[in-house]
Design a protein around this ligand. Sequence first.
Ligand code: SAH
Length: 246
Amino acid sequence: MTFAATIITLYPEMFPGPLRLSLAGRALEEQKWSLDTVQLRDFAQDKHRTVDDTPAGGGAGMVLKADVLGAAIDHARRLSPDAPVLAMTPRGKPISQARIRELAAGPGVTLLCGRFEGFDERIFEGRDVEEVSLGDIVLSGGEPAALAILDACIRLLPGVMGAPDSGVEESFENGLLEYPQFTRPQEWEGRTIPEVLRSGDHAKIAAWRKARSEEDTRLRRPDLWERHTDARDQSASGARHETKDD
Ligand code: SAH
């Protein structure tokens, strides 16, 4: 099955962009995914091909018009009826690896890229659109966010990544950051690779990796760590519950 990506944008020439190369590029050639771009301007309703207008209530910049967005989304849905539509916006829910995994398992995704000050808010009431953010940064347009989300989906498609289980221990896959990695040379500028990784003792290596993964998550990402320990405590109390009810 081909994963169908549809991008609604004022800059279709930005795609596939970097996704033409490497892993994603090869997968595109092999038709593991397909790409359609939709030029937002083609859905302008006037002869000047206007896509934006000044913000109601005043203020800087321009806002993408709901009528233009609505027509472009309707067109994209005809191209790819079953794909969820995600709008790129810093006001959206931060994208997660869990959501990426769901998307990659589906028929494809339609990504709506904003520009200027963003979208007329009514589009989110008038159409079934998921608002998604790449993180707490402000881009000049949604295109780099769309490229990042697509890249994350494509590497998970069947047959795209080399080893079938690279990715299983990856950061976020189990709610934690991945353990740190090392490779030869054994000594670099006086620094050596942790001895345990050269021990050949697989149980010891696994234990070291788990401990570092937990420690680094706790120190670097207290937000992830809190969620992880909450989930762990909950499943532990759930298990106790079951035993009691039995
Ligand atoms: N005025 C808006 C920002 C507009 S930036 C605000 O303050 O919320 C212009 C466009 O870039 C947005 O419409 C969106 O499509 C894209 N963009 C900017 N930052 C983004 C982010 N963190 N995640 C996803 N898209 C982003």
